[in-house]
Structure formats: structure tokens, C-alpha cells
Design a protein around this ligand. Structure first.
Ligand code: ATP
Length: 144
């Protein structure tokens, strides 16, 4: 049996993407600090995270007081507010977070994230579309 080593993560933004990442990490036995500016989202995730807090990740003092620098892995899953996503990523890298994975909205967003040192950049719809196509073209699949 494969047993994953327990890790600690911070998930910033509890939309469909961040929420799904959070739930799966918890399911895999990891610890997750879930952060969102929306109190309702945070309440919803109280049962799916180790800790869930209402906080704005674009504020450096907030990130410091959450102790984010002590985490090796942070996921930035802020969707629509590209400016907030970029600023959050920049602050996380400045604080010395080793692994920052960011959800990008478009090519411009991707390019800026790359420049400021994001370690992993994902495009959920695009990436999933590619994977679905690969599955569909797999000859083992006759029907779906
Ligand atoms: P998805 O497609 O994954 O649902 P989305 O593109 O709809 O995402 P948003 O709803 O824009 O993404 O953002 C995801 C979450 O990030 C929201 O719950 C929002 O409240 C949260 N969020 C936005 N800005 C910040 C911030 N500065 N700090 C913390 N959380 C934030």
C-alpha cells in the first residue's frame, strides 16, 4: 500500500478549485490551513480543513501573523482577482515559501506569475481538457 508522507499546506481561496484541492489533501491525510476573505466559505470549510480562517492574503502582516512562512507548500487559488493573485504570490515568495502553486486565469497572468517566481502554475480548465482528450483518444476506451 502507498502511504503519503504527511505534509502541511496553506490553501488561499476556497472556490471550486481551491476547495477541491483542500478536500482532497485532507482526504489524503495532510494538514491544511484554509484561507479566504469570505466568511461563509471559511465556515463551510471548517469541517474540511485542519484550520480555516478569514483573512486577506494581499496583506503582508496578515500572512506573517498566520505563520505562512513556516509552510513549504502554498496554493494560491484566487480566481477572478488577478491583481490579488499576483500580489499574494509575490508576498509568499518574499516571505520565503518554497513551493507556491498558483491557478492562472490567462496567458498574461501566467507570464507575470512566472516572472515573480511562482513555482508551479496551473490552468485547471485547459489542463483538464487536455487530460480528458488523452483519455478519450486512449484505445482502451471504447465507450464512455
Ligand atoms: P473557481 O473557478 O475555482 O471557483 P473562481 O475563479 O470563481 O474560482 P474566485 O471565486 O474569484 O475564483 O476566487 C476564489 C476564492 O478566493 C473566493 O472564495 C474568494 O473569496 C477568495 N479570495 C479572493 N481574493 C482573496 C484574498 N485576497 N485573500 C483570500 N481569499 C481571497
Amino acid at each position: 500500500d502507498f502511504v503519503a508522507i504527511k505534509k502541511q499546506f496553506v490553501i488561499i481561496g476556497l472556490g471550486r478549485f481551491g476547495g477541491s484541492v483542500c478536500k482532497e489533501l485532507i482526504k489524503q491525510g495532510h494538514e491544511v490551513l484554509a484561507v479566504d476573505t469570505d466568511e461563509h466559505k471559511v465556515n463551510d470549510f471548517a469541517k474540511f480543513a485542519t484550520h480555516a480562517v478569514v483573512a486577506n492574503s494581499t496583506d503582508e502582516e496578515t500572512l506573517r501573523s498566520l505563520g505562512v512562512r513556516n509552510f513549504e507548500n502554498v496554493v494560491v487559488a484566487i480566481g477572478d482577482n488577478i491583481q490579488a493573485s499576483i500580489l499574494t504570490t509575490l508576498l509568499l515568495k518574499e516571505l520565503g515559501v518554497k513551493n507556491v502553486l498558483v491557478k492562472a486565469k490567462n496567458d498574461y497572468h501566467h507570464k507575470v506569475l512566472e516572472k515573480i517566481g511562482a513555482d508551479h502554475i496551473v490552468h485547471p480548465e485547459k489542463d483538464m481538457g487536455r487530460r480528458v482528450a488523452q483519455h478519450l483518444s486512449d484505445d482502451k476506451i471504447i465507450d464512455f
